[in-house]
Write a protein that binds this ligand. Sequence first.
Ligand code: HEM
Length: 215
Amino acid sequence: MIVGFWIAVTGLELVLFLAIHLGGVGMALLDPMGFEHVSTSLHQQAWLPWLEGALLAAGLGHPLLSLQRARANAQARGPAGGPLRSRRQGPWEPLEALAARLIPWSGSLLLLFLAVHLAQLRWHRPPAGAELAAVLAVLRAPWCLALYVVAGAAAGLHLLHGAESAVRRLGLLEPDNALALRLGGRGLALLLGAGFTLLPLALVLRPALPLLAGQ
Ligand code: HEM
């Protein structure tokens, strides 16, 4: 019970970070000067290490607690238990069932992506004013671009199951708010999943966009 609570809290903390992060990196596409300005001023803030510490705790705590709960659930169900099946019906059900089945895989892929991503863009810091150049240098390697695109899709899929699961764990899902919370969770999964899947492609194609549009 308490494990499920902390899985939900750390998961929601990570979702909040992802929403802010998408807004921040989206500026690289829409307002490159603003993006450089925000990146430089972010690294001058005294509170940044505290925020990063909280993020690290959530980023490590979430998968470790999820692993612990998956083991406990598997033991409780026993070998004849079989996989859990959704009782809900509707057009989203097959995708949600897939997202639920793939949750350990999408989570593992995101962890692998994070190790690569942080080594590339966080631990090696570019000089002030060269953040976008560093991002583009990473994305120009085809394997990196592929990893970013797949990680974006994995984030969307992970959230499709995770968002509803988190509000349910926190006891927030009631019959009169279930539809709104479900639609909100799906909308968020779609927004963040599509955003992080398409943004790396848009950043790489950005210099060619006026040419493609015939300008
Ligand atoms: C289009 C895709 C993405 C781009 C261009 C991007 C870009 C960046 C950049 C430039 C930084 C360094 C920020 C700084 O230190 O000022 C960063 C940090 C980070 N990114 Fe991403 N990112 C992308 C997707 C993701 C995804 C999908 C995740 C999570 C699954 C993620 C998680 C993180 C984390 C945890 C940090 C460290 C934050 C910190 O310590 O301040 N990023 N990213």
